[in-house]
Every structure is written in structure tokens, then in C-alpha cells.
Design a protein around this ligand. Structure first.
Ligand SMILES: NC(=O)c1ccc[n+]([C@@H]2O[C@H](COP(=O)([O-])OP(=O)(O)OC[C@H]3O[C@@H](n4cnc5c(N)ncnc54)[C@H](OP(=O)(O)O)[C@@H]3O)[C@@H](O)[C@H]2O)c1
Length: 328
């Protein structure tokens, strides 16, 4: 019999890719989405679309009925300028609704998407799953609260589950790095700070492989896994690689970090009360300051996780997709 699984966050980048792979593998995929219109292309691929909202426990309960596995991918993440309460309502309370529904509906496994951001800045790179928590902003704080809730449901309430923490996700379909690519292409990119900090990417197809391993491997139950690419790079290396792929040179000008951070702080303070997205905000600027380099050996050893797409290849595929879409 086809096994039914529930995916949250299916109208987003990661959840969308995950749904398609699960459907290809023969699972009966149901998605909980706020906007069925956004899930129209998934519906044409045989995915069952259920309209609901993580903030509405009743809809989460109904969506969970009959699902053996729940892949909880949704989060408030991309948008800036959203009220602080929204981060708590979705990343904490919404997660609790998903956990409670899975428990009550007798799900055999709950796969919870956290983030390496729960560790914040990594002072001794690379960090593994035992590194201390150190969230650096509201998004990371609420993701940490969501992760802790999931672990509590696993340990105290007996819900079988797994937590995975992805590193920076990228690939065709994502537009988070588009601005960086555009700035490099138009030679308007200037490094903020030294560019010597590490960044760890995970290519979407590799991540989806890892998520499904978390959802299917017996050994995974009760564990936390960092899922990232094979290598991490410095920001200087990443920018140089993108510039080479795009066939452009890079500026050698480096902008000091702290004045930009202070400007981001002011932008946030001015824009938030009037509800407009700040052109610059601290989380974006932190990208240039925080070391994020991780050790993925636990996932390799215990799950057989084997990321295949290297940074250069992944960035090339991303650039090609931006060009095909007319974005670059
Ligand atoms: N991207 C990264 O580099 C990165 C790194 C580490 C961890 N993560 C984690 O990975 C996951 C996926 O990230 P992503 O980049 O793929 O996210 P994304 O593209 O921003 O997608 C977020 C999804 O969550 C859904 N969602 C938000 N609020 C909801 C609510 N109240 N009810 C139901 N659905 C709701 C969104 O639905 P709508 O379409 O209706 O808005 C969307 O489908 C997140 O948990 C994120 O924290 C991401």
C-alpha cells in the first residue's frame, strides 16, 4: 500500500523539492498549504493539496490524519519586516501544533527541519551537532525553541522523530542568493569585512536526499543531524567562484563591517514601525561576519548521507537557472 506522508512548507523552496522527490519515489504526498494556488503545480504532479495554516491547530490536525510520516519544513524565514510575533506563532506555536497533531494521529515519524543557525556564530569551526546553542537573532531563537519542543515530544511524549539542521540551502528554484549574483555580475559587489569567514552551503538535491534518509533510516530516530555540502568555503572563495562562473572580475574594495551593521540597525528601527521592509537589516549583514562551517560526519556515518554536488558545480547550476529564468 502507498505510504501517505505530510509535508509542510511545500510552497517554499525546500518543501517543494522534497514533495516532488517523495512523489517520484511513490509516496502518497499530502501538503498543508496556506494558498492552494501556489501549490497548483504540485497538484498536477499528483500531490494532495490541503488548505490550512500552521497557526490553526484544527487544520493541522485534519491534514495529519492517516499520515505515517510528517516532514515539517515550513517556517517564517525569508521575509523581513514581519512582526516578531509571527516568528513565534509559526516557528514555535505552529511547530507545536504539527507535533501534537502527529502524536495524536499516531504518526510513525516526525522529521523536524531546524537550522544550523541555532548554533549562531561558530567560534571553533567546524562545529558538529554537540556545539553549544547560540542563536543570534529572532529567527534563530524561534527555530531553537521549535527544535527544543520537537526534542521534548520525542523524549518525553514518545513521538518517534528526527531533527535535521541544514546549512545554507541553494540551487535552482531559490532566489535568496540572486542579489549576490546580480551584484557580482554588474561588478557592484564589494565585500563587507575581510571575507575570510566561512560559509557552508548545501545543494538542494543533496539536502532532499538527506531529509528522506532522516525520514526512512531506522538509525535516525531520536537523533539530530547537520546536513550540509561536502566542503565549506570562505566568502572570498564563494564570491570569486561566482565571478568566474559569470565571467567577470571582482572588486578589491572592502567595506568595514561595523558602520554597515550600525546602518542596518538604524534601517530596522525606522522601517519596522511603519511596516516596510528595511533595505538593510542586521541578519543580512551578519552574513559577512559569522563563521558557519560544519562537520557532517555524523550524518555520513549513521545515515549514509553523501552530498554529491560540489560548491562550484552547485553555483554553476544556480547561475544557469537564474539565466534561464531571465533573472540574471
Ligand atoms: N534556506 C536556507 O538557507 C535555510 C537554512 C537552514 C534552515 N532552513 C530551514 O529550512 C526550511 C525551509 O526553508 P526554505 O528556504 O525552503 O523556506 P521558504 O522557501 O521560505 O518556505 C517557507 C514555507 O513555509 C510556509 N509557511 C510559512 N508560514 C506558514 C504558516 N503559518 N502555515 C503554513 N505554512 C507556512 C510558506 O508558505 P507560503 O508559501 O504560504 O508563504 C512556505 O511554503 C525552514 O524551516 C528554514 O527555517 C533554511
Amino acid at each position: 500500500m502507498t505510504q501517505r506522508v505530510l509535508v509542510t512548507g511545500a510552497t517554499g523552496f525546500t518543501g517543494g523539492h522534497l514533495c516532488l522527490r517523495l512523489a517520484e519515489r511513490g509516496y502518497g504526498v499530502r501538503v498543508l498549504v496556506r494558498s492552494p494556488e501556489k501549490a497548483a503545480s504540485l497538484a498536477t504532479r499528483g500531490v494532495e493539496v490541503f488548505q490550512g495554516d500552521l497557526k490553526d491547530s484544527g487544520s493541522v490536525m485534519k491534514a495529519s490524519e492517516g499520515c505515517a510520516t510528517v516532514y515539517h519544513i515550513a517556517a517564517t524565514y525569508r521575509q523581513e519586516g514581519v512582526p516578531d510575533q509571527e516568528f513565534r506563532d509559526v516557528n514555535v506555536r505552529g511547530t507545536q501544533h504539527a507535533l501534537e497533531a502527529a502524536l495524536r494521529c499516531g504518526a510513525e515519524r516526525f522529521v523536524h527541519c531546524s537550522t544550523v543557525g541555532v548554533h549562531g556564530h561558530i567560534s571553533h569551526p567546524p562545529a558538529d551537532e554537540t556545539a553549544p546553542y547560540g542563536p543570534g537573532d529572532l529567527y534563530q531563537e524561534t527555530k531553537l525553541e521549535g527544535e527544543k519542543l520537537a526534542l521534548e515530544y520525542f523524549r518525553v511524549k514518545g513521538l518517534p522523530g528526527v531533527v535535521f539542521r541544514p546549512t545554507g540551502i541553494y540551487g535552482p528554484g531559490d532566489t535568496r542568493f540572486l542579489k549576490l549574483f546580480r551584484h557580482i555580475k554588474s561588478r557592484r559587489f564589494h565585500m563587507i569585512g575581510s571575507g575570510g569567514v566561512y560559509y557552508h552551503l548545501t545543494y538542494i538535491d543533496d539536502l532532499v536526499d538527506g531529509i528522506i534518509l532522516c525520514g526512512t533510516k531506522k538509525e535516525a530516530l531520536g537523533n539530530i543531524y547537520i546536513l550540509g555540502g561536502e566542503n565549506y568555503v570562505t566568502l572570498n572563495e564563494m564570491v570569486r567562484t561566482i565571478a568566474e562562473i559569470l565571467g567577470v572580475g571582482i572588486s578589491r574594495v572592502k567595506i568595514p563591517f561595523w558602520p554597515v551593521y550600525a546602518a542596518a540597525f538604524v534601517c530596522e528601527k525606522l522601517c519596522k514601525p511603519i511596516g516596510i521592509e528595511p533595505p538593510l537589516y542586521r541578519r543580512r549583514v551578519d552574513f559577512f561576519r559569522k563563521d558557519r562551517a560544519f562537520d557532517i560526519s555524523k550524518a555520513r556515518r549513521e545515515l549514509g548521507f553523501d552530498p554529491k554536488v560540489g560548491v562550484r558545480e552547485g553555483l554553476k547550476r544556480t547561475a544557469d537557472w537564474y539565466s534561464e529564468q531571465g533573472l540574471l
